[in-house]
Design a protein around this ligand. Structure first.
Ligand code: SAM
Length: 268
């Protein structure tokens, strides 16, 4: 028998506060975000992040990871609550919700504290707008061994429910930084390795350039591409060949192709 507080009302204040995390305004105000599923929570715990709030469905099956999540949440000063299935559905906006949800603190690494020596490959995104693309890119950055993702300008929130889902738990495995274009351009002068822009009008083939680690790959917005201003700040701009009728690759796919080309070149 658990001693956790049981919530059954859809209008409970805690339930309302967690549901509000679907809105960016509320995520920004609280500096928190909603994550779903025991796998995600396990990844977070492995990276040293305990939930502020752990919501356990009444029908959640016993699992050693769930015991660990309960223990680490409580130890870190967070709260564990039991909730009904309709509450899980309401919070996650899904008919088949995960049986465990959690609220975590957002973590951003300021640009001037970014430790470039952590990896030979980093990714910067200019005005990324699609949460699925951003989450997929964060997952790809983690998979390839990149140090982190830098968000330049007006980007979608990496801690939106949709972006976090697409990261599949990688949101804590790489550092996430947000900055303005001007701050990025000033900081860029201190970057010791190659900065590689990606443009459809570039002439250099994406695998043909010599790179100095740490390399920073710059990707453009889904509609407008990489701006002239940022392309001009790169050491080189490259293109992935488009051999069929499509005029460009999806942003997340192009980032994946670039990231593995760069990490294959710089990591042995
Ligand atoms: N209409 C946009 C343009 O002209 O750039 C298309 C943008 S594309 C959907 C989004 C981003 O993916 C681009 O800014 C670039 O960073 C990257 N990208 C897509 N296809 C690419 C390719 N063939 N070569 C290099 N980068 C590419």
């Amino acid at each position: 028998m658990s001693d956790d507080r049981l919530i059954t009302s859809l209008t409970n204040d805690t339930v309302k506060a967690v549901r509000a995390l679907h809105m960016r305004k509320q995520r920004d105000a609280t500096g928190t975000f909603l994550a779903e599923g025991l796998k995600f929570i396990g990844e977070a715990l492995d990276q040293g992040h305990a939930p502020r709030l752990l919501l356990v469905g009444q029908d959640a099956r016993p699992h050693p990871l769930l015991d660990r999540a309960r223990a680490e949440t409580t130890k870190a000063g967070g709260e564990v609550v039991l909730v009904t299935h309709p509450i899980l559905e309401k919070i996650s906006r899904r008919e088949n919700p995960q049986t465990v949800l959690a609220v975590f603190q957002q973590t951003y690494i300021p640009l001037d504290q970014l430790d470039a020596s952590r990896s030979p490959c980093w990714i910067a995104l200019e005005q990324v707008r699609d949460p699925g693309n951003l989450g997929t890119i964060i997952r790809t950055a983690d998979s390839a061994g990149c140090g982190g993702v830098i968000l330049i300008g007006d980007c979608v929130d990496p801690f939106s429910v949709e972006a976090v889902r697409a990261t599949m738990g990688s949101v804590f495995a790489v550092s996430i930084t947000r900055t303005t274009t001007d701050a990025f351009l000033a900081w860029r002068e201190r970057w010791g390795g190659s900065i590689v822009g990606t443009r459809l009008d570039a002439s250099a083939h994406y695998r043909s350039v010599d790179l100095k680690a740490p390399a920073l790959i710059l990707m453009g917005n889904e509609q407008a591409g990489l701006t002239d201003q940022l392309a001009a700040a790169c050491d080189v701009n490259v293109k992935i060949p488009m051999r069929g009728r499509a005029d460009s690759l999806n942003l997340a796919v192009a980032t994946g192709v670039m990231t593995y080309a760069v990490t294959d070149a710089l990591m042995t």
